[in-house]
Design a protein around this ligand. Structure first.
Ligand code: WT7
Length: 680
């Protein structure tokens, strides 16, 4: 593959530095970390399980699934006709039942299920709430009944736009309980993003809160919902019900007959609500994620396969063990797949308490996470490389101020972790002993696909190591789809179905097939480049499409470009990835302007840059704001009019010489000018 189709430039540079990374960290004894046992205790055991899972998927997954509760058993484990997988065909179950009722019925109703900590620290003390399985079951059942009373039925899509409060978890589980399909919109998204998702999913109910805490400020969640509803109403797509949780007590407007306070409807609802028996392939949720072209895709996950996959991967990757004093903390927001799978759905059925934190890592100070780890005796800590790079920058004193000896297993997810950050994490947070699981997966895969197992896999900083049990991963040539030899970079594919795979894209069958299965073998194509090393370890080389992974969040360059172009000053925009110290990858935008804006640009470049960032924030959300903007007279194009992004990537990265072929460039002078353009 040429580097151009393989991955953005700066990611190839990461590969260079990874190549020089040859340290190997063998797993440590479980008892050295105070853990009763490793579920998978050696590389040989992993290899045996992995081989069996691929040779006899029916037998393997039957055994795993039998550990959970079913209202009707399956007739067949798998029906596969690419790209359509049906897992546990004929079975009925309920994901919420397996998360909560199962534990209560097993005599563990009084055990801790969820620990929540709020961001504000009134009088220096955090607000902490604990829910046992019984308490959580009662709250979930009440809210489930409240949803039903407002007209929500099995199959209806309920949009959830909240901050990280316990009621967010309760709302998801309540939907699962009655068979409503949740569609969580991350609380950092704009009201326009709510509109797009509500329209695409034909949702009529929104669950939100007055405001959410973020670094001491109030995020106006209800206000954003109100403006989304106004836009929706203008186009005849009325939202019928808005449920509002009070959290910040900020004032909000009220729409009688449409808006309901959470407490008002929950307090009058019964806590008796039997879990709805769901067909194995009934949808559980939609979650929107960026693609390279067009609007975000609503990824569909269904009931039984997703449940089994998240249960199994959570247990295996994190070595979860009930009654072993574990306290599991994933720092992601439930608005992303990481939170769906590894705050809630994968953790609760494993009967290990899951911790949720409402706010920012530096509120009120930069040691907040370590303070939480120490106070709650966290044993499992799962975060993103971008967060780790921030901790490094903030300084070791914040770490030293706390006792982190409770930690047993560390995890990362979202983007490749650079060896420097890996080493710091290992040394400073893991005391040089805790295994690090670098988990590669996607919204579409439902759960971990390539990851070390903490008791089995020797780790190499920067590699997500070996395929998960049940995953048949390969690196192939992008055109021939033939397996490539070890050491050669190519397209990562998954050759066989797995229980947690997406089942479709909401309302767009064609896009589902085209994006992920556009090959005659029925391979799943995730859109990442990768290579195997001599030990069969996977090294992810980044996206091969026009998707930028910023701080572990996928952002389509197209989406940011459309947002920029919708500003009156902008004629044309091109967005590419650039290296960023903390985020790993940042967003760089090249923008051409309407003539009247060009005239006074000299004086106003900075303020126009700020206005454009603000605009993108309003269209998509804060995390999609360009880190660098350059105003240009024109963009480098081929003779056929295609923007030459690779040249822009070079400029964005500050590369002095253009290393790339420019023979197809229409006007060479454009480049020189672009290079002179100041970054604002
Ligand atoms: C993309 C998926 C899975 C939850 C978070 C992101 C990148 C994810 C890793 C990793 C290297 C990674 C890939 C993937 N990615 N984890 N451990 N090492 N890259 O979910 O928004 O669906 O993004 O994130 O490029 O395709 P997502």
């Amino acid at each position: 593959m040429t580097p151009d189709t393989n991955s953005p430039n700066q990611q190839n540079q990461n590969i260079e530095s990874f190549l020089r990374e040859d340290r190997v960290f063998p797993p440590v004894e479980a008892k050295e970390l105070g853990i009763p046992k490793w579920h998978v205790g050696s590389l040989e055991e992993y290899r045996t399980m992995h081989a069996r899972s691929l040779e006899d998927p029916d037998g393997f997954w039957s055994e795993i699934a039998s550990e959970l509760d079913w209202m009707r058993p399956w007739d067949r484990v798998l029906e596969w006709k690419a790209p359509d997988a049906r897992w546990f065909v004929g079975a009925r179950t309920n994901v919420c039942f397996n998360a909560l009722d199962r534990q209560v019925r097993g005599g563990h109703g009084a055990d801790t299920a969820l620990v929540w900590e709020g961001e504000p620290m009134p009088n220096g003390k955090p607000e902490v709430r604990r829910y046992t399985y019984q308490e959580l079951l009662d709250e979930v059942s009440r809210f489930a009944n409240a949803l039903r009373n407002l007209g929500a039925k099995k199959g209806d899509v309920v949009t959830i736009y909240m901050g990280m409060v316990p009621e967010l978890a309760i709302a998801l589980l309540a939907c699962a309980r009655i068979g409503a399909v949740h569609s969580v919109v991350f609380g950092g998204f704009s009201s326009q993003a709510i509109v797009d998702r509500v329209v695409d999913s034909s949702s009529r109910i929104i669950v939100t809160q007055d405001g959410g805490w973020r670094r001491g400020n109030v995020v106006p969640l209800k206000e954003n919902v109100d403006s989304a509803c106004a836009t929706l109403s203008d186009t005849g797509r009325d939202v019928n019900k808005v449920i509002v949780l009070r959290r910040c007590n900020n004032s909000t407007s009220w729409h009688e007959g449409r808006d309901y306070y959470w407490r008002d409807i929950v307090d009058v609802s019964s806590s008796h609500c039997p879990a709805e028996p769901m067909e194995a392939e009934d949808p559980l949720f939609l979650l929107y994620t960026s693609g390279s072209t067009g609007k975000p895709k609503g990824v569909i996950h269904t009931t039984a396969g997703y449940m089994v996959w998240t249960y199994f991967t959570a247990r295996t990757t994190f070595n979860l063990i009930p009654d072993a004093n574990q306290m599991y903390w994933c720092t992601a927001d439930i608005g992303w797949i990481t939170g769906h799978s590894y705050i809630l759905y994968g953790i609760l059925p494993n009967r290990v308490p899951t911790l949720m934190y409402e706010g920012a890592p530096d509120a009120p100070s930069e040691d907040r996470f370590w303070d939480i780890v120490e106070r709650h005796q966290v044993t499992h800590f799962y975060t993103a490389p971008t967060a780790i790079r921030s901790f490094m920058k903030w300084g070791n004193e914040h770490v030293h101020a706390h006792d982190l000896s409770s930690l047993q297993v560390l995890g990362t997810v979202g983007e490749p972790i650079n060896p420097e950050a890996w080493s710091w994490y290992h040394r400073m947070i893991g005391r040089g002993r805790c295994p690090i699981v670098d988990t590669w997966w996607q919204t579409e895969t439902g759960g971990h696909m390539i990851t070390p197992l903490p008791g089995a896999t020797p780790t190499k900083p920067g590699s997500c190591t070996l395929p998960m049990i049940g995953v048949h991963a390969a690196v192939v040539d992008a055109t021939t789809l033939e397996d490539l030899p070890k050491g050669t970079g190519g397209l990562l594919v998954i050759k066989k179905p797995w229980p947690g795979m997406l089942r479709g894209v909401q309302g767009d069958r064609d896009r589902f097939v085209r994006t992920y299965f556009d090959n005659p073998h029925g391979y799943y194509v995730p859109g990442d480049g990768a290579r195997f090393d001599e030990d069969g370890y996977v090294w992810i080389m980044g996206r091969v499409d026009d998707v930028i992974n910023v701080s572990g969040h996928r952002i389509g360059t197209m989406e940011v470009e459309s947002a920029l172009v919708s500003h009156p000053a902008v004629v044309e925009a091109a967005v590419v990835a650039m290296p960023h110290e903390i985020k790993g990858t940042g967003i760089s935008a090249f923008v051409t302007l309407e003539p009247e804006y060009v005239e006074n640009l000299g004086m106003n470049a900075k303020s126009l840059g700020a206005a454009l960032r603000q605009h993108v924030r309003g269209e998509i959300g804060s995390f999609a704001k360009p880190d660098a903007i350059r105003f240009a007279e024109s963009l480098p194009k081929t003779r056929s009019g295609k923007i030459m992004r690779r040249l822009l990537r070079d400029i964005a990265a500050g590369n002095q010489d253009i290393s790339q072929d420019t023979t197809t460039l229409e006007d060479y002078r454009v480049l020189a000018k672009l290079r002179e353009a100041e970054e604002v």
